[in-house]
Design a protein around this ligand. Structure first.
Ligand code: ADP
Ligand code: MG
Length: 708
């Protein structure tokens, strides 16, 4: 008995949660108003084929089964315990679980961390007991699990449970589970699994991903999450799951975290949500914005084959909805397919002369079921078409159901995604039932259909990328970098020399600075560096040097340097009288080029997060930046360029000459390795990185690196 998802799960300590041999409910109740009764009732009614046992100190019977007074008396087989005892009794119950040799327990009771410090302490006590005995824990404060195919229902929710389906749903919130179950039934859809995790004391959302990825009934994994317990673990497991099937996540609590004081532009621009976005991107998880998107997209992803590209054909019998769909496709990053001549000619043979045969295809209101199915067949056979959006407005002259009946065989006999827009509600119910029966996705409006097709394309591309791409690997820091960093003070910006040295150790092109304490020294150094030179105020306390006039560019001779020295010293004194000033830096003057910013902040959850975008003084206002988690692959770095105007502009734009894109990508990848391999670095920023014409490199001009 009990389906084992695949051989690699056989020894998985989480297996009893999904495929238990026997289940015991500790804290069962004979009172129909109690959760302990509902849980027992659901488990018995779910059709679960393993052993079911009840425990309550009061004994007696329930549903014709004996209620044991002690867990110790429960016979074999039993490998999963569902605990519904009051919170103070949970630690003792866990000791009993351990003594009975059970290694998997769900604490369904609430009243722990979510209620305050006492609850948190109690929770911790439970975790310690579990660790001591090697018990894996789900919850506390959760509603349990459902597998509609096994089947098993270990929740205490009001029946009916969700219909059997293809969508796995993992949720931090139990209330959302109850709502989703009911809603999905109303949608004519179903779930393969439902897993409510509650407080995630032990088993986390990440732990469930491999299990759902291995479950053949789950065609798509949906997540409702409030947080992530372990960032690196989540990314790794989500990435592996996303290679196998689509993973969609709704992450809530976007706006709860206030902006922390930041010491760099990178820090100021990187909120906690940028880190989640970057994490989902890295893992190949599709982030959704609403609960509705989560399930509307899941439906298409569960039921459709993946498209080979982004070209979509629209088939309808009216103008307005076709144009609406065309706009919506564009908004979702899709393209209107250019139909091949064979398709157009083929349609001409049976459609009225006034029909519009170019995408969107409008067959006119006279179109009947046969017209729809023949046109669909032609589009299915057309190599220029990657997916198809069929729109049926409220239909004279046939019923919507008749249209669908004619088209279903065409859809099922090809390997190309088709989504239906069945406009209306009451009049289309029969058609919808048919579509659901054949697992063909439907939407009420063209915009939803277009966004679902967009999700299909996105996942097709994610899957391709995850298959092709080896993970970017970081290794051990070069000894020189480790030594340089160790010599610098903690919690501060490291010296410009050390910063340059660190970049150097990673072969990132720099523009070295030489410190000069007097005007004479500066003039002498300028001669050595070679004119023209740049002169900058050297002070650990002056953060934005040019703001106080502390940067002089293009100085051509010793006299200009000597005067410049006096000028910037005076300006510094005037602007920041108590700043510690070391002198000036002399730097080589770089040739003209585009300027970009790149940086890193270390996210507490996901680790080093790289930033790239438009630099300069307006950086925080423009917000032309992209984030991605280190280490970066070439493709990930390139994507950051493509996501920003600063990066796209490197190809050249009107009078702006092109820059060395490859050098920028290379710099980003190296900087990301520097970040991963040197955990002592809290924050880095290169502003600007001066990008010379193609083939000539990109140079870090102004570098700031802060240690933790
Ligand atoms: P800050 O950011 O503290 O004001 P920077 O060192 O970034 O100081 O210099 C300000 C600006 O001056 C840069 O954004 C760049 O445009 C220009 N600049 C600075 N150093 C050089 C250099 N070596 N070659 C060419 N331009 C430079
Ligand atoms: Mg700068």
């Amino acid at each position: 008995m009990g389906m084992i998802y695949n051989s690699c799960m056989k020894n998985d300590p989480l297996l009893p949660f999904f495929s238990p041999k026997g289940v015991v409910i500790v804290g069962v109740s004979r009172d129909p108003t109690k959760l302990g009764y509902m849980l027992a009732s659901n488990l018995v009614q779910s059709g679960y084929q393993g052993a079911i046992h009840f425990v309550n100190p009061k004994g007696e019977t329930l549903f014709g089964r004996r209620i044991y007074t002690r867990l110790a008396d429960v016979p074999d087989p039993v490998d999963l315990a569902l605990l519904l005892v009051p919170p103070p009794g949970v630690p003792a119950a866990l000791e009993d679980v351990a003594a009975r040799g059970i290694r998997a327990a769900v604490i369904q009771t609430g009243g722990f961390r979510e209620t305050g410090p006492d609850g948190a302490r109690l929770e911790q006590e439970c975790l310690e007991i579990a660790r001591k005995h090697g018990i894996r824990l789900v919850g506390p404060n959760c509603i349990g699990f459902i597998d509609t195919h096994l089947p098993i229902n270990s929740t205490f929710l009001q029946p009916p449970g969700p219909p059997a389906g293809d969508i796995a749903f993992i949720s931090h919130s139990g209330a959302i589970c109850a709502a989703v179950m009911d809603w999905i039934r109303g949608q004519g859809n179903g779930l393969s699994n439902l897993a409510s995790l509650g407080n995630c004391l032990d088993v986390s959302e990440a732990d469930l991903l491999p299990v759902m990825a291995a479950n053949p009934h789950a065609k798509v994994i949906t997540l409702y999450m409030e947080s992530v317990r372990n960032g690196a673990d989540f990314i790794e497991k989500a990435r592996l799951a996303a290679r196998i099937k689509p993973v969609l996540a709704l992450k809530v609590g976007r706006f709860e975290s206030g902006k922390k004081a930041a010491a760099s532009h990178t820090g100021a621009l990187a909120g906690a949500e940028s880190a989640f976005d970057a994490a989902f991107e890295k893992a190949g998880v599709i982030r959704v914005n609403t609960t509705e998107e989560l399930f509307q997209w899941a439906k298409a992803l569960a039921w459709c084959p993946l498209p080979k590209g982004r070209r979509v054909a629209i088939l309808t019998n009216s103008g307005g909805p076709g144009v609406t769909a065309a706009d919506a496709l564009e908004l979702n990053g899709l393209q209107l397919a250019q139909l091949s001549p064979a398709t157009v000619e083929g349609m001409k043979s049976f459609l009225p002369a006034a029909a519009s045969l170019h995408n969107p295809v409008d067959m006119l209101a006279s179109a009947n079921a046969e017209h729809f199915s023949r046109a669909l067949e032609l589009m299915m056979a057309d190599d220029q078409v990657d997916s198809i959006l069929v729109i049926s407005p409220p239909p004279p002259p046939t019923t919507a159901a008749a249209l669908i009946k004619a088209m279903v065989p065409v859809v099922l006999s090809h390997d190309k995604p088709v989504v239906f827009t069945m406009m209306g509600e009451d009049q289309v119910s029969e058609a919808l039932a048919l579509l659901h029966a054949y697992k063909i996705p439907d939407y009420r409006f063209p915009e939803w259909s277009a966004s679902a097709l967009g999700a299909l394309s996105r996942y097709a591309e994610i899957k391709q990328r995850l298959m092709d791409e080896n993970q970017a690997k970081a290794g051990k820091a070069p000894a020189r970098a480790t030594a340089l960093l160790a010599a610098e003070p903690q919690g501060q910006f490291i010296s410009p020399d050390a910063a340059t040295g660190l970049l150097d150790a990673y072969q990132i092109a720099t523009t070295p600075l030489t410190l000069c304490k007097t005007a004479e020294e500066a003039a002498r150094q300028a001669g050595k560096t070679g004119y023209p030179v740049v002169l900058k105020i050297a002070s650990p306390d002056i953060v934005h040097k040019s703001d106080i006039g502390g940067v002089l560019l293009g100085l051509k001779n010793a006299a200009e340097v000597a005067q410049g020295f006096a000028k910037v010293m005076e300006r510094a004194r005037a602007a920041q009288p108590d700043a510690k000033v070391d002198g000036v830096h002399i730097q080589r003057m770089l040739p003209a080029g585009q300027e970009v910013i790149t940086g890193m902040v270390r996210d507490p959850m996901f680790g080093p997060m790289m930033m790239f975008g438009s630099g300069g003084v307006e950086v925080e206002g423009l917000k032309d930046v992209a984030f991605a988690l280190a280490p970066l692959t070439f493709a990930e770095a390139e994507k950051m360029l493509e996501a920003t105007w600063a990066g796209r502009k490197l190809r050249g734009f009107r009078s702006i000459p092109a820059g060395d894109r490859e050098a920028v990508i290379d710099t980003l990848m190296k900087l990301s390795r520097l970040a991963v391999e040197n955990p002592a670095i809290l924050e880095m920023e290169i502003n600007p990185l001066r990008v010379l014409p193609p083939g000539q490199g990109a140079y870090a001009v102004d570098v700031r690196i802060r240690k933790s």
